[in-house]
Design a protein around this ligand. Structure first.
Ligand code: BV8
Length: 258
């Protein structure tokens, strides 16, 4: 456990950097959904799933071995999602998008809370758990159309041995080429803000360093230090739901939208 880091203030230089930026790219991880009550990947799994590590469940091998256990884990996560709302961090990012002609939100999260908060230009690097696909053909499945409760997971209508699975990218699976290409292109920006990610999962974690190598000012927002902290130009040791609304408020005050 890293030592408790004192919260850092939002400097006027950070606000000025965002105020004069033309292109802004944001990368979010599970920490942005933490204040909605969604456990992060590196939080301990509670209750029902306490004996499992996400890395052991979010893989094609785990699904081949125990499709019912993996399916039920995602059903539990979908249920958790149906009970929560976007938090002030999600809403602040939707407001930030309106300030810039060229703003891209790249997320590792699969919960679609950015969409529910009103963000429009969202690149989902790891898919989403709202949609269901056939694990053999990868065709989208309308779950309602096949909700045959006698099978867990439901059988796919598209392949005799097909099973329903969430439309996420599992560890060991390739990211959607179009999403990765668009996110890589968006790393060429004036400011890159990395929020609520442990910066461990690849290739997502390399985008922040790529942005910095191309001349972007790099901001990290996270209550804890990560492998990215040493590269960042600005480090905000804070919860996203606390500091993002403050950033938006100060930008609107000192750099009103033209
Ligand atoms: C691939 C969907 C290749 C599933 C997820 C180098 C290059 C390429 C690959 C690798 C590589 N090294 C290793 C790999 C393999 C692997 C990998 O990265 N492993 C890690 C564990 C080392 N990568 C892959 O397998 C990727 N695929 O590379 O394929 C390939 C190419 C061709 C053909 C075949 C294969 C696929 C990775 C995608 C995995 N899927 N999600 C699901 O969700 O069920 S990743 C999963 O982790 C989530 O999406 C999550 O978002 C993501 C990253 O974690 P974080 O978001 O950072 O969450 P975490 O809990 O770790 O951290 C939360 C942070 O928030 C903390 O820092 C905390 O301090 C902070 N926080 C807490 N509260 C707050 C907060 N911050 C702000 N405010 C708060 N209130």
């Amino acid at each position: 456990m890293t030592a408790e880091r004192a919260p850092t203030a939002i400097s006027s230089e950070l606000i000025a950097t965002l105020g004069r930026a033309q292109t802004v790219t944001v990368m979010t991880g599970a920490g942005v959904s933490a204040e909605s009550g969604i456990a992060t990947f590196r939080d301990r799994n509670d209750g029902l799933w306490a004996n499992y590590r996400p890395e052991d469940l979010a893989t094609p091998e785990a699904f081949e071995r125990n499709p019912d256990i993996v399916w039920n884990w995602y059903q539990w996560r979908r249920e958790q999602l149906s009970l929560v709302q976007p938090n002030p961090a999600h809403r602040a990012l939707a407001a930030l998008e309106c300030r810039y002609r060229d703003f891209t939100l790249v997320t590792q999260n699969v919960d679609r809370l950015h969409h529910r908060a009103g963000s429009r230009r969202v690149i989902e690097l790891h898919g989403n758990i709202i949609e269901t696909i056939c694990h053999r053909t990868r065709r989208l499945i309308e779950l309602e159309a096949i909700n045959d409760a006698s099978f867990v997971p439901p059988r796919s209508p598209y392949h005799p041995e097909g099973l329903a699975r969430p439309n996420v990218v599992w560890f060991g699976e390739a990211l959607p080429a179009s999403a990765l290409n668009d996110a890589t292109a968006a790393s060429a920006c004036d400011v890159f803000i990395s929020i609520g990610t442990s910066s461990v999962v690849q290739p997502a974690a390399s985008l922040a360093v790529l942005a910095k190598d191309q001349g972007a000012a790099l901001i990290e927002i996270n209550p804890e230090a990560t492998p990215l902290t040493g590269f960042a130009d600005f480090v905000l040791t804070a919860a996203a739901g606390v500091c993002l609304p403050q950033i938006v408020e100060r930008l609107n005050r000192h750099h009103p939208k033209d």
